[in-house]
Design a protein around this ligand. Structure first.
Ligand SMILES: [Cu+2]
Length: 111
C-alpha cells in the first residue's frame, strides 16, 4: 500500500516536469491596466495565453522588436503565442503604453 502511493506520487511528479518542458500553456491575466504576472520565465516550447480579465477595458499584446502581436482583446477574449526560441521578449499594450502597461517573457533553453 505504502509502496504504491509513493510510486504513484513519483510518477505524477515526473509527468508534470515533462509537461512543463514540452509545451505547457501558462496564463497571463490582463487586469487593472497591467499584465499579471508582468515578468514570466518559461521553458522553450511553452505557450503563453493572455486573457483579458477586465470588465470593460480592451487591451492588446505587442512585441515591438518583432512587430508582432494580437488584435485588440475585449473582456474574456484571449490570445496565445508559443515560444520556441530562448530569449527575452518584451511587450506592451499599444493603447496603454503611456500608462506603462508592459511585460516581459524570459524563455529559457531546455537542458
Ligand atoms: Cu491595455
Amino acid at each position: 500500500m505504502r509502496w504504491t502511493l509513493t510510486c504513484g506520487a513519483l510518477l505524477a511528479m515526473s509527468m508534470s516536469a515533462l509537461a512543463m518542458a514540452n509545451g505547457d500553456t501558462v496564463t497571463v491575466e490582463m487586469i487593472d491596466y497591467g499584465y499579471s504576472p508582468a515578468e514570466l520565465e518559461v521553458p522553450v516550447g511553452t505557450t503563453v495565453r493572455w486573457v483579458n480579465m477586465e470588465r470593460r477595458t480592451s487591451h492588446d499584446v505587442y512585441f515591438p522588436d518583432e512587430d508582432l502581436g494580437s488584435e485588440r482583446l475585449f473582456p474574456e477574449e484571449y490570445w496565445e503565442r508559443r515560444f520556441d526560441n530562448p530569449g527575452t521578449y518584451e511587450y506592451h499594450c499599444r493603447p496603454h503604453e503611456s500608462r506603462d502597461m508592459r511585460g516581459v517573457i524570459r524563455v529559457i533553453a531546455n537542458d
